[in-house]
Design a protein around this ligand. Sequence first.
Ligand SMILES: [Zn+2]
Length: 527
Amino acid sequence: MRPDGLGWREDADCLALAGGKICALGRAAEMAAWRGPGTEMIDLAGGYLTPGLVDGHAHPIQGHDLQIGLDLAEVRDMGQLRAALAQAASALPPDAWLQGHGLDPSLLAQAGHPADELEAAAGGRPVFLLFFDYHGAMVSRAALARAGITGPRGFASGADILCDAAGRPTGTLLETEAVELVRAVLPRLEQAARLASMRALFERMADAGLTGMHVMDANGDSLDCFAALEAQAKLPLRFHILPWVNPGATRAELEAVLALQSRAGRLWRVCGAKFFIDGTIDAGTAWLHEPDTQGGSTGPHWPSPEAYSEAVRFFGERGVHTATHAIGDKAVRHVLDTLASLPPPIRAAARHRVEHIETLPDEDVGRFASLQVLPSMQPSHAVRYASADLSDPWSQRLGPVRAARGWRTADIAATGVPLVLGSDWPIAPYDAREILACAVARRLPGRALAPVGAEQTLSRAAALAGLTRHTAYVVQEETRLGAVLPGYDADLTGFSVDPLNAGVDELGTAPFRLTVSDGQVTHRLAK
Ligand SMILES: [Zn+2]
């Protein structure tokens, strides 16, 4: 590997593969001896080959199942929402579910009783609308009735059914446990059709440059889906899967997640435990040192932060990787303190990571490097869900000081710790070009908007490492993935523009020439 550790030879445009492994690489003229019946040659004349791009944080199965119905990402006020629902309802039978996703939670401020508003807009049909951050939903009266929700309930995880003064549910459900009450009664796609639709999704992910994904949940029948898809035909991507440990998990629940660590197929593997220590800034459910400007985001998701620390220790002592969703500054501090409390040999026996890290004070920036705890961040969230002028709900909730400490990718990378990058799809698009463009320019490609946190841009090499070498390292696969070297698994992405030198708009929009996963071509640009 080169001293700067990019893990590929920029001048190589020809590879010899066998048995899913890289045998040799170089200029086409040097490679003649490798041509033969036992090898497959990949000639990328004119393209740019890098290690396969891996999204370090995504929810492919859950995201597939959640993105049903209307896309409400462009809806800006209740008037637009009512119009969109009325139009969609007019094409449905009278008692059919009306589903949507991508809803902006700040619309709640405009809707007193969403359940009644949705009921009226949809002509009495049951309505289920997920927030864009998937940390809540708005549902209609009929939907509440079908799910048997009649009033408040206590949830250990911090989930909530919002109710009015009379105890009547308003139609707003916060966090998974509450949302799942309604999801459980939604109509389901027939399994063969669902699996086919998942495979088509994975193929689109390969077209978008990806050869792998770190799956941050094993919810529902996810593992059975990976197994069933792989039994049908080879998977288009490689999946590393970290099942959830729910807030307040009992010892038996920890043991159950531990037992899942043995589940694997050829291209999918359970390899860690995913925690949540808080929620989101926008929903007021994050954990901040000081409350947000509306008095929210004051506590952790775990009923007891000490119990969280104990649960992380349980996995650390057994050599199991952990990942913890920590968005607020206090949440990040608690995760780092927890990992700092592990004896160093135990901490070093697995790779521990912190997901999101949305606002971070100076004093914690260097702790990832000193503890060798891996930060995992989503540059496209900074660009899509915050704005340079701080007028967006995320910035308003945090106020100017904490918003200015948002998504500090450059500051953290400068400390030398491997920074993992991803999308958290379906929260943001999985397209690797968007992740790269947002990482290197803090703006979406092809749009002339001001960069968000312009001082946090990464070099192109650092952004590429975040999707290649570092995604391999964080799952302890750095001796076989994340580089284009002889003996490594043949997971490769071929750019049609030079990823180290192309302009950001070009980098963010040029189609990928090729993707190869486990030696199998999963995308090839039509000539
Ligand atoms: Zn996630």
